[in-house]
Design a binder for this molecule. Structure first.
Ligand code: PGA
Length: 253
Protein backbone atom coordinates (compact mmCIF):
# COMPACT_ATOMS: atom_id res chain seq x y z
CA UNK A 1 0.00 0.00 0.00
CA UNK A 2 1.14 3.52 -0.81
CA UNK A 3 2.72 5.53 1.99
CA UNK A 4 1.01 8.87 2.39
CA UNK A 5 2.69 11.40 4.68
CA UNK A 6 0.03 12.48 7.18
CA UNK A 7 -0.87 16.17 7.13
CA UNK A 8 -2.17 17.92 10.24
CA UNK A 9 -3.57 21.26 9.06
CA UNK A 10 -4.77 24.07 11.32
CA UNK A 11 -7.47 26.45 10.12
CA UNK A 12 -7.42 29.54 12.33
CA UNK A 13 -10.57 30.92 10.66
CA UNK A 14 -11.20 34.58 11.65
CA UNK A 15 -8.98 34.50 14.72
CA UNK A 16 -5.79 36.28 15.78
CA UNK A 17 -4.32 39.71 15.15
CA UNK A 18 -0.89 39.92 13.52
CA UNK A 19 0.88 39.95 16.90
CA UNK A 20 -1.16 37.03 18.24
CA UNK A 21 -0.57 35.04 15.06
CA UNK A 22 3.19 35.64 15.19
CA UNK A 23 3.33 34.57 18.82
CA UNK A 24 1.34 31.35 18.27
CA UNK A 25 3.44 30.52 15.20
CA UNK A 26 6.64 31.06 17.18
CA UNK A 27 5.48 28.70 19.94
CA UNK A 28 4.29 26.14 17.43
CA UNK A 29 7.51 26.13 15.42
CA UNK A 30 9.39 25.20 18.59
CA UNK A 31 6.90 22.51 19.65
CA UNK A 32 6.61 20.92 16.19
CA UNK A 33 10.32 20.72 15.50
CA UNK A 34 10.48 16.92 15.39
CA UNK A 35 7.07 15.61 14.36
CA UNK A 36 8.08 12.08 13.36
CA UNK A 37 7.15 12.02 9.68
CA UNK A 38 4.01 14.13 10.07
CA UNK A 39 3.63 17.30 8.01
CA UNK A 40 2.12 20.32 9.78
CA UNK A 41 0.41 23.37 8.31
CA UNK A 42 -1.35 26.42 9.67
CA UNK A 43 -3.74 28.72 7.82
CA UNK A 44 -3.89 32.14 9.52
CA UNK A 45 -6.14 34.95 8.25
CA UNK A 46 -4.82 36.85 5.19
CA UNK A 47 -3.49 39.77 7.27
CA UNK A 48 -1.15 37.46 9.19
CA UNK A 49 0.17 35.36 6.29
CA UNK A 50 3.35 37.29 5.49
CA UNK A 51 4.32 37.92 9.14
CA UNK A 52 3.71 34.25 10.02
CA UNK A 53 5.73 33.18 6.95
CA UNK A 54 8.66 35.13 8.37
CA UNK A 55 8.34 33.40 11.73
CA UNK A 56 8.04 29.93 10.20
CA UNK A 57 10.92 30.43 7.74
CA UNK A 58 12.26 27.11 6.49
CA UNK A 59 11.11 25.34 9.67
CA UNK A 60 8.85 22.29 9.88
CA UNK A 61 5.48 24.04 9.86
CA UNK A 62 4.09 25.02 6.47
CA UNK A 63 1.84 27.95 5.64
CA UNK A 64 -1.57 27.86 4.02
CA UNK A 65 -4.41 30.27 3.28
CA UNK A 66 -8.11 29.80 4.00
CA UNK A 67 -9.45 30.93 0.62
CA UNK A 68 -8.54 32.61 -2.66
CA UNK A 69 -10.23 34.22 -5.65
CA UNK A 70 -9.90 32.37 -8.94
CA UNK A 71 -8.61 35.24 -11.11
CA UNK A 72 -4.89 36.00 -10.92
CA UNK A 73 -5.31 39.80 -10.77
CA UNK A 74 -7.67 42.58 -11.73
CA UNK A 75 -10.47 44.82 -10.50
CA UNK A 76 -11.88 42.48 -7.84
CA UNK A 77 -12.10 44.62 -4.71
CA UNK A 78 -11.43 42.73 -1.52
CA UNK A 79 -10.15 39.55 -3.12
CA UNK A 80 -6.78 37.78 -2.92
CA UNK A 81 -5.34 35.64 -5.72
CA UNK A 82 -3.31 32.45 -5.84
CA UNK A 83 -0.09 34.15 -7.03
CA UNK A 84 -0.45 36.63 -4.14
CA UNK A 85 -0.70 33.73 -1.69
CA UNK A 86 2.41 32.14 -3.18
CA UNK A 87 4.26 35.45 -2.85
CA UNK A 88 3.20 35.63 0.82
CA UNK A 89 4.81 32.23 1.45
CA UNK A 90 1.82 29.86 1.17
CA UNK A 91 2.15 26.29 -0.03
CA UNK A 92 -1.43 25.25 0.66
CA UNK A 93 -4.87 26.78 0.35
CA UNK A 94 -8.13 25.54 1.86
CA UNK A 95 -10.91 25.60 -0.73
CA UNK A 96 -14.65 25.13 -0.36
CA UNK A 97 -14.81 25.01 3.44
CA UNK A 98 -18.43 24.57 4.50
CA UNK A 99 -18.41 27.99 6.17
CA UNK A 100 -17.50 29.52 2.79
CA UNK A 101 -20.29 27.54 1.14
CA UNK A 102 -22.79 28.42 3.88
CA UNK A 103 -22.04 32.12 4.53
CA UNK A 104 -20.27 33.38 1.41
CA UNK A 105 -22.21 31.84 -1.42
CA UNK A 106 -19.57 29.40 -2.63
CA UNK A 107 -20.85 26.69 -4.92
CA UNK A 108 -19.41 23.59 -6.53
CA UNK A 109 -18.70 25.80 -9.57
CA UNK A 110 -16.72 28.48 -7.69
CA UNK A 111 -14.91 25.73 -5.80
CA UNK A 112 -13.94 24.18 -9.15
CA UNK A 113 -12.58 27.52 -10.43
CA UNK A 114 -10.63 28.03 -7.21
CA UNK A 115 -9.06 24.58 -7.28
CA UNK A 116 -7.93 25.23 -10.88
CA UNK A 117 -6.48 28.63 -9.88
CA UNK A 118 -4.57 27.11 -6.96
CA UNK A 119 -3.09 24.37 -9.14
CA UNK A 120 -2.12 26.89 -11.83
CA UNK A 121 -0.12 28.85 -9.27
CA UNK A 122 1.56 25.79 -7.78
CA UNK A 123 -0.44 25.81 -4.55
CA UNK A 124 -1.73 22.59 -3.05
CA UNK A 125 -5.51 22.84 -2.72
CA UNK A 126 -7.17 21.30 0.33
CA UNK A 127 -10.55 20.62 -1.24
CA UNK A 128 -13.27 20.41 1.42
CA UNK A 129 -16.42 18.35 1.08
CA UNK A 130 -19.03 17.27 3.57
CA UNK A 131 -22.70 16.59 4.13
CA UNK A 132 -25.06 18.42 6.48
CA UNK A 133 -26.87 16.69 9.33
CA UNK A 134 -30.15 16.75 7.37
CA UNK A 135 -28.46 15.17 4.36
CA UNK A 136 -26.95 12.41 6.51
CA UNK A 137 -30.29 11.70 8.19
CA UNK A 138 -31.93 11.50 4.76
CA UNK A 139 -29.32 8.88 3.70
CA UNK A 140 -27.95 11.32 1.14
CA UNK A 141 -24.34 11.42 2.36
CA UNK A 142 -22.80 9.52 -0.53
CA UNK A 143 -24.80 11.21 -3.28
CA UNK A 144 -23.96 14.66 -1.84
CA UNK A 145 -20.25 13.84 -1.66
CA UNK A 146 -20.27 12.27 -5.11
CA UNK A 147 -21.66 15.48 -6.59
CA UNK A 148 -19.28 17.75 -4.65
CA UNK A 149 -16.25 15.74 -5.79
CA UNK A 150 -17.28 15.42 -9.44
CA UNK A 151 -18.29 19.09 -9.82
CA UNK A 152 -15.33 20.36 -7.80
CA UNK A 153 -12.84 18.53 -10.01
CA UNK A 154 -14.68 19.02 -13.31
CA UNK A 155 -12.33 19.59 -16.25
CA UNK A 156 -9.19 18.92 -14.24
CA UNK A 157 -6.85 16.31 -15.65
CA UNK A 158 -5.06 13.49 -13.92
CA UNK A 159 -1.69 15.19 -14.51
CA UNK A 160 -2.90 18.40 -12.85
CA UNK A 161 -4.18 16.68 -9.73
CA UNK A 162 -0.98 15.28 -8.24
CA UNK A 163 -0.82 18.05 -5.57
CA UNK A 164 -4.48 17.61 -4.57
CA UNK A 165 -5.41 17.12 -0.92
CA UNK A 166 -9.01 16.35 0.05
CA UNK A 167 -10.73 17.03 3.37
CA UNK A 168 -13.89 15.29 4.50
CA UNK A 169 -15.63 17.57 6.96
CA UNK A 170 -19.15 16.56 7.92
CA UNK A 171 -20.88 19.89 8.58
CA UNK A 172 -22.51 18.52 11.74
CA UNK A 173 -19.09 17.77 13.23
CA UNK A 174 -17.49 21.20 12.70
CA UNK A 175 -17.14 23.16 15.92
CA UNK A 176 -19.72 21.00 17.68
CA UNK A 177 -17.48 18.72 19.73
CA UNK A 178 -19.25 15.82 18.02
CA UNK A 179 -16.66 14.20 15.73
CA UNK A 180 -17.58 11.51 13.23
CA UNK A 181 -17.10 8.03 14.64
CA UNK A 182 -14.08 6.12 13.29
CA UNK A 183 -16.50 3.91 11.35
CA UNK A 184 -18.32 6.89 9.78
CA UNK A 185 -15.02 8.54 8.83
CA UNK A 186 -13.42 5.42 7.36
CA UNK A 187 -16.54 4.59 5.35
CA UNK A 188 -16.60 8.02 3.71
CA UNK A 189 -12.84 8.21 3.15
CA UNK A 190 -12.85 4.82 1.42
CA UNK A 191 -15.79 5.98 -0.70
CA UNK A 192 -13.96 9.16 -1.77
CA UNK A 193 -10.82 7.19 -2.60
CA UNK A 194 -12.77 4.73 -4.75
CA UNK A 195 -14.52 7.64 -6.47
CA UNK A 196 -11.13 9.17 -7.35
CA UNK A 197 -10.03 5.77 -8.69
CA UNK A 198 -13.14 5.62 -10.86
CA UNK A 199 -12.78 9.22 -12.11
CA UNK A 200 -9.00 9.07 -12.62
CA UNK A 201 -6.96 6.01 -11.73
CA UNK A 202 -5.85 3.89 -8.81
CA UNK A 203 -2.42 5.49 -8.58
CA UNK A 204 -3.91 8.95 -8.08
CA UNK A 205 -6.53 7.65 -5.66
CA UNK A 206 -3.84 5.94 -3.61
CA UNK A 207 -1.59 9.00 -3.50
CA UNK A 208 -4.15 11.71 -2.65
CA UNK A 209 -4.26 12.49 1.05
CA UNK A 210 -7.76 12.60 2.48
CA UNK A 211 -7.92 14.56 5.74
CA UNK A 212 -10.71 14.28 8.27
CA UNK A 213 -12.08 17.49 9.81
CA UNK A 214 -14.68 18.19 12.47
CA UNK A 215 -13.96 18.34 16.23
CA UNK A 216 -10.53 16.71 16.04
CA UNK A 217 -8.93 16.99 19.50
CA UNK A 218 -5.99 15.44 21.36
CA UNK A 219 -8.48 12.93 22.84
CA UNK A 220 -9.65 11.49 19.50
CA UNK A 221 -6.77 12.16 17.08
CA UNK A 222 -5.09 8.76 17.45
CA UNK A 223 -8.15 6.66 16.74
CA UNK A 224 -8.94 8.78 13.66
CA UNK A 225 -5.36 8.71 12.33
CA UNK A 226 -5.22 4.94 12.76
CA UNK A 227 -7.89 4.46 10.07
CA UNK A 228 -6.68 3.07 6.75
CA UNK A 229 -7.97 5.90 4.58
CA UNK A 230 -7.52 8.87 6.94
CA UNK A 231 -4.31 10.68 6.06
CA UNK A 232 -4.42 13.64 8.39
CA UNK A 233 -6.72 16.19 9.95
CA UNK A 234 -8.10 19.63 9.23
CA UNK A 235 -8.44 21.27 12.61
CA UNK A 236 -10.30 24.43 13.62
CA UNK A 237 -10.75 25.10 17.34
CA UNK A 238 -7.92 22.85 18.52
CA UNK A 239 -5.40 24.59 16.22
CA UNK A 240 -5.62 27.99 17.91
CA UNK A 241 -3.48 27.10 20.90
CA UNK A 242 0.09 26.04 20.11
CA UNK A 243 0.24 23.56 22.99
CA UNK A 244 -2.96 21.79 21.97
CA UNK A 245 -2.19 21.83 18.24
CA UNK A 246 1.31 20.47 18.84
CA UNK A 247 -0.28 17.49 20.62
CA UNK A 248 -2.12 16.77 17.37
CA UNK A 249 0.99 17.19 15.23
CA UNK A 250 2.89 14.92 17.61
CA UNK A 251 0.15 12.26 17.76
CA UNK A 252 2.62 9.53 16.86
CA UNK A 253 4.82 10.18 19.88
P1 PGA B 1 -13.28 22.25 14.33
O1 PGA B 1 -13.30 22.86 12.85
O2 PGA B 1 -11.99 21.49 14.47
O3 PGA B 1 -13.34 23.46 15.22
O4 PGA B 1 -14.47 21.38 14.46
C1 PGA B 1 -12.87 22.08 11.76
C2 PGA B 1 -12.85 22.91 10.51
O5 PGA B 1 -13.72 23.77 10.32
O6 PGA B 1 -11.94 22.73 9.67
Amino acid sequence: MQQRTPLIAGNWKMHKTVDQARETARQLAALAADADGVEAMIAPPFTALAPVAEVLGQGPVRLGAQNLFHEDEGAFTGEVSAPMLVSAGCRYVIIGHSERRQYFGETDRTVNLKIAAALRAGLRPIFCIGESETEREAQKTFSVLDKQVRKGLEGLSLAQLTPLVMAYEPVWAIGTGKAASPQQAQEVHAFVRSLLAEMYDTALAQSVRILYGGSVKPANVRELMALADVDGALVGGASLDAGTFSQLINYRK
